[in-house]
Structure formats: structure tokens, C-alpha cells
Design a protein around this ligand. Structure first.
Ligand code: 7TS
Length: 386
């Protein structure tokens, strides 16, 4: 049976070109870049080049910082907890604004701070699944220190109006963090154009390896480290630098940006083909307007078909999709996004996410359409409520 991978918002295949770039750093160039001998010295130019690729990949300027870390979960924790120690703990500013759409690593970091006296507003999306700049503006008070809004949502692909939100934050003198994990490689992330103060990303979501990510900090700003220890990353993040991972992430972001046109044309075409085919069934709802979504993501709700049952049927046929975030898949709660956009209880249990990549083929989509349509028919026949 052919295996078909349509869960690219959970993680992606490492691009073979990225894998080739990283291999030497496991085999012969394995030195610690902080060592003074030739093994350490010889890897430094490669790290330097990778950093340049990352700076240019997100439009950072030389004076800004990019801290290499282990994943976006670490980056997001560093920002939220760092804010507590830098500002929230000792001043009147005790308020964070975030959204109900955020990944658990942002949401749970905020919940943790609530237990330490921080007030958090979790903005609810409108019926389009959007958080608007006006919602942010209306929620800002003179106690607000930080706004944290993701660039694109992992479950629905909905792209949030970060540029407008950044203008509001600047106007109001509030710092802005954006989790750009699901945006990089799908839409242009250019910090020359959009002014955010902190940005987080993760290599394994754009065909780099797992276990390496980045945290952008705008020029002049500071965050205390989450990991204390050695002087790596200018004291911002202790721990031996993941050389192979960093080099790979540099290459991966370069390839991701070079593939943006392809993503917008070809990946979008295949996603739309799958979407149109599923919509031919009655009582199928796709969350989020097409033009507001990343080109690779489709979040569909099929009345009478439990999300988990659909995933099981697809999996039996070698197709990998998900009911939403893999990080939340162990709890069988209704999807927060479907609940947030006002879907009724039954619909809220029927979400299935298909996320494509530049490696997805037309044949894979054709097979998926056939299998999914059969599964819908079979599961609806079994349903007691449909
Ligand atoms: N932020 C967003 C928006 C994400 O989608 C994810 C992973 C993370 C942070 C965490 O990234 P990591 O680098 O720590 O792994 N999201 C998903 C998902 O949607 N399904 O599985 C993982």
C-alpha cells in the first residue's frame, strides 16, 4: 500500500538537500563551535552562513538577534516566561493579550503565569476564525505588556492580520510576539515590512530536522534566558549549539522561501482540488475562507462523521491526516477552533485537517479523494445521528 502523508502541519519530511547539508556535521565536522581547536574553528563559517540565511529568510536586520534553540515550544516559553521576569513581575504592567487560537505552548505558558498573578486575555476569533487588529486594540489597557498572536493557525491555516496588529501594538506602546511556525514556507514572513518584536519558528515545519528552532528578538530588546549555563548564543540560551540542525535550518528556510511561488500555485491547486471534491458531499463545512488560509491547509468538518473515525479509515488506507493539532490529539475534547467559530457541538467533533507540502503529488490527492469519499459514505451509514 502506498503511504500518503497529509499531516505536514504536524511535521514535514526533511528535504533531501537539507539532509545532505547537515550530514558532514555528524560525520567529520563534529566539533563544538565554542572550542578553540581546529575542530571547533572549522564549523564556525558554516554556522555563520546559516545565520545569514536565517536573517535574510525572515528579513531581520544585523542589529536584531536570532537565538537558536530546540523548538518553537522552547521559543514561545522563552518569550512568555521571559516577559514575566523582565516586566510583569515587578511593575504595574501585569496583562498579556493572546488568542484562543494559539498552540498549547503559548496558551499553557500564559496559564502558568496566571497562577503567578498575571492577567491574561484570550481573544476569541470572529466567525471567520480571525482575530482583528480592532479586537487587540480594544483589549489593550495601560497594564498590557505583551500581545502574542500567531501568524497563521496550525489547525485551519487561517492567516492572521499581523501587519495591522503590529501597527496597533506600536501605536499603543505594547510589545508584540508572533508564533510564525505555520507561516514560514507558506506565506512571506518579512520583518522589514511587519514590525514584530519577538518571532518564533521551528525547522521541522518547513522541511528541516526536528529539534531545532529559532527566536527572533528585535534590536534593543532583551529577554532573560530560559536555560542558564554557558555563554552560547551570547548568553541568551545556554547549551551546546546544534550545529547540524542550525546549518540545516538555514538551508531549509532558503529553500522554503524559494518555494513560496510553487507553494502558492501548485500546493494551493492540489489543496483546492481536494477541498472542492470533499465539498461535493452534502453537509460538509470548510473552516476559513480560502483566500485567508495558508495554501497547504484544509480543515473540514463532515456532519455525521467523527473526526477520529475518519482518521482511522484514512489510516487504514495508508493516508495520514489529523483531527487537529497532534499535541492535543490525546484529549477527545471538541475542537476549540470549531467551538470558537460557533459550530454546534456535533460539528465540533468532526474536524479533520489535511495539510499538504511541496512534496505532495497529484496522484496522492486523487487517491485521498477516492478514499475519503468512500469513508464518508461508510461512516455516515453507521452514524446514529446522521
Ligand atoms: N506553534 C505552532 C503554531 C504549532 O503548530 C506547533 C506544532 C508548535 C508551536 C510547536 O512546535 P515545536 O517546534 O515545539 O514542535 N503544531 C503541531 C500541530 O499542529 N500538530 O502537531 C504539532
Amino acid at each position: 500500500m502506498e503511504r500518503i502523508y497529509l499531516d505536514n502541519n504536524a511535521t514535514t519530511i526533511v528535504d533531501p538537500a537539507v539532509r545532505d547539508t547537515m550530514e558532514p556535521f555528524y560525520c567529520h565536522m563534529y566539533g563544538n563551535p565554542n572550542s578553540l581547536h581546529l575542530f571547533g574553528i572549522e564549523v564556525r563559517p558554516y554556522l555563520h552562513q546559516a545565520m545569514e540565511q536565517l536573517y535574510s529568510g525572515i528579513g531581520a536586520s544585523d542589529a536584531d538577534d536570532i537565538i537558536i534553540n530546540s523548538c518553537a515550544t522552547e521559543g514561545n516559553n522563552t518569550v512568555i516566561l521571559g516577559f514575566y521576569f523582565n516586566l510583569l513581575k515587578d511593575t504595574r504592567k501585569k496583562h498579556i493579550i493572546t488568542t484562543q487560537l494559539e498552540h498549547p505552548c503559548v496558551r499553557e505558558s500564559c496559564r502558568f503565569l496566571e497562577r503567578h498573578g498575571v492577567k491574561v486575555t484570550y481573544l476569541a476569533p470572529d466567525r471567520d476564525g480571525l482575530i482583528t487588529a480592532k479586537m487587540v486594540k480594544d483589549a489593550i489597557t495601560d497594564q498590557t505588556a505583551l500581545v502574542s498572536v500567531m501568524w497563521a493557525n496550525n489547525e485551519t491555516g487561517i492567516i492572521l492580520p499581523i501587519e495591522e496588529i503590529s501597527k496597533v501594538c506600536k501605536e499603543q506602546g505594547v510589545y508584540l510576539h508572533s508564533d510564525a511556525v505555520q507561516a514560514i514556507g507558506k506565506v512571506k514572513v518579512d520583518l522589514q515590512k511587519v514590525r514584530v518584536d519577538f518571532l518564533t519558528f521551528s525547522a521541522h515545519k518547513f522541511h528541516g530536522p526536528k529539534g531545532v528552532g529559532g527566536l527572533y528578538i528585535r534590536d534593543g530588546l532583551n529577554l532573560p534566558p530560559l536555560l542558564h549555563g554557558g555563554e552560547q548564543m551570547g548568553g541568551h540560551r545556554a547549551g551546546t549549539v546544534n550545529v547540524a540542525g542550525t546549518v540545516a535550518m538555514g538551508k531549509a528556510i532558503e529553500l522554503a522561501n524559494a518555494s513560496l511561488d510553487f507553494e502558492n500555485r501548485e500546493v494551493r491547486r492540489l489543496r483546492d482540488k481536494l477541498e472542492d471534491a470533499l465539498l461535493k458531499n452534502a453537509d460538509v463545512l470548510v473552516v476559513g475562507k480560502r483566500e485567508l488560509r495558508t495554501p497547504n491547509t484544509l480543515y473540514v468538518s463532515i456532519r455525521g462523521v467523527e473526526g477520529e473515525s475518519m482518521i482511522w479509515d484514512l489510516n487504514q488506507n495508508g493516508i495520514a491526516a489529523s483531527t487537529g493539532s497532534a499535541c492535543a490529539s490525546e484529549s477527545l475534547e471538541a475542537s476549540p477552533i470549531l467551538t470558537a467559530i460557533g459550530a454546534d457541538r456535533e460539528l465540533a467533533h468532526t474536524g479533520v485537517r489535511f495539510s499538504l507540502s511541496r512534496f505532495t503529488t497529484e496522484k496522492e490527492i486523487d487517491i485521498t479523494i477516492e478514499v475519503a469519499n468512500k469513508a464518508i459514505e461508510r461512516l455516515r451509514q453507521l452514524s446514529t445521528s446522521y
